[in-house]
Design a protein. Structure first.
Length: 124
């Protein structure tokens, strides 16, 4: 018999003071599925992904299943979000995915994160 210890998913609460809303979500397999779905719906792949797509896709993927956030709301929230908050959301999402990736996927994740961090620093 194989025994599997369940590792808890990363739980996140995002507070939007502008709209006076709280969003609750998890970084888990469901959020990965939602990330893939929104990428497919928007016809975005890793080659065509723009830096401006990364944060809204992560926000949507994490918070849609629990809080019912729409992609349009995720874009608006991402546009209002400060650099450190945005970076923390993307890092948390990527770190949770990192544990289940093979080496090639890990390299892609590092490149996406590096692009996002560089883009945010350039906006300063």
């Amino acid at each position: 018999m194989k025994t599997i210890m369940v590792e808890p998913a990363q739980e996140i609460e995002l507070i939007d003071p502008v709209e006076n809303k709280k969003y609750h979500g998890f970084c888990n397999m469901r959020s990965l599925l939602e990330f893939q779905k929104i990428m497919n719906k928007l016809e975005i792949n890793l080659d065509s992904m723009e830096d401006t797509n990364i944060l809204p896709c992560c926000v949507y993927a994490i918070f849609m299943p629990e809080s019912g956030i729409s992609y349009e709301e995720a874009v608006l929230l991402s546009d209002r979000m400060g650099m450190l908050s945005g970076r923390e959301v993307v890092e948390t999402f990527m770190e949770s995915l990192y544990t289940m990736m093979d080496e090639r996927q890990k390299e892609l994740a590092k490149k996406i994160m590096a692009r996002y961090v560089t883009m945010k620093q350039m906006k300063r």
